[in-house]
Ligand binder design. Structure first.
Ligand code: NDP
Length: 290
């Protein structure tokens, strides 16, 4: 079994981005600029946003953090988004999820200008991705693709089973794996909470991508010998032995599945850091497109 080391791979990508940014700055041009909107103070969201801002600093991007209270009304948030759309000094921005219940996710996503949508969630970018047209690819699935690519995992003609069909992970992930690209060209099966006998499908997977948020629910008996297993899940599980009071858990029972598969992502240190690297890649591409 070999680890698909997202931490190491993302460091390499960030190094490559930094080289490009250094060249841009040497030419006297402005640095790429990413803004992150954080509504409320969900502790996990604060951690993710902190990591994104830190990664910007590491590669030489300008970053702006816009913190808004969770009492903000929808119209005011949409107005903030409009301001960011109109800001010509900004290459891209994201609105960190989850949003408070009284705010519509889809209204927010639709309000973001597609050419600043570096999270790749806007319907225009999703549609362009599905049609293999140039688009911002959603950061987490794009991170998985980059990880498979860097480890030269053969995907063409393989059976990829994606567990989960959310708009930010499972669905775009399955689209990327089925496209006529490298990595890609898989035969794809999507499983979700209504799928009967999920194990019947997972046992057929050459590549199993799990994004259900169901902690450590994929066990060794569900995985084919020699499969490539990508665990997207990240959940904070209470753990009194940790200083923080919690540990990060994936959707896959790592210890037992690792003994059966050819490659596997750890949690943490797998897909998480790749998501951040992809976000920065999208921002750099947005900058270059201008
Ligand atoms: P959602 O809750 O939005 O979606 C979960 C999906 O899994 C749904 O489509 C659901 O089906 C499906 N599902 C639930 N139970 C099962 C089951 N037993 N078998 C098959 N499918 C099932 O979650 P997200 O997609 O947003 O996130 C998934 C996980 O990935 C979470 O742990 C999240 O924290 C993590 N994540 C990690 C990121 C990273 O950077 N590493 C980024 C984003 C998310 P249905 O549609 O029927 O409800």
């Amino acid at each position: 079994m070999q680890l698909l080391d997202g931490k190491k791979t993302s460091e390499t990508i960030l190094d490559e981005i930094k080289v490009e940014v250094d060249k841009i700055l040497q030419q006297g041009k402005r640095a790429p600029h990413l803004a992150v909107v954080l509504v409320g103070n969900n502790p996990a969201s604060e951690t993710y946003v902190g990591s994104k801002i830190k990664a910007c600093e590491r590669v030489g991007f300008k970053s702006t953090l816009i913190k808004l209270p969770d009492t903000i009304d929808e119209a005011t948030l949409l107005n903030e988004i409009k301001k960011l759309n109109d800001d010509t000094t900004l290459d891209g921005f994201i609105v960190q999820s989850p949003l408070p219940k009284h705010i519509s996710d889809s209204k927010v996503i639709n309000a973001i200008s597609p050419d600043k949508d570096v999270d790749g969630f806007h319907p225009e970018n999703v549609g362009r991705m599905a049609l293999s047209m140039p688009a911002y690819l959603p950061a987490t699935p794009y991170g998985v693709i980059q990880l498979l690519d860097k480890y030269k995992i053969e995907t063409s003609g393989k059976h990829c089973v994606v567990m989960g069909r959310s708009h930010i992970v499972g669905l775009p992930m399955s689209l990327l794996m089925v496209r006529n690209t490298t990595p890609g060209n898989c035969t794809v099966t999507i499983c979700h909470s209504k799928t009967k006998d999920v194990k019947k499908y997972t046992l057929q997977a050459d590549i199993l991508i799990v994004a259900t948020g169901q902690v450590e629910s994929v066990t060794a008996d569900m995985v084919k010998e020699g499969a490539v297993v990508v665990d997207v899940g990240i959940t904070r599980v209470p753990d009194a032995t940790k200083k923080s009071g919690y540990r990060l858990a994936g959707d896959v029972k790592f210890d037992e599945v690792a003994q059966k598969c050819s490659y596997i992502t750890p949690v943490p240190g797998g897909v998480g850091p790749m998501t951040i690297a992809s976000l920065l890649m999208n921002t750099l591409n947005g900058y270059k497109r201008k």
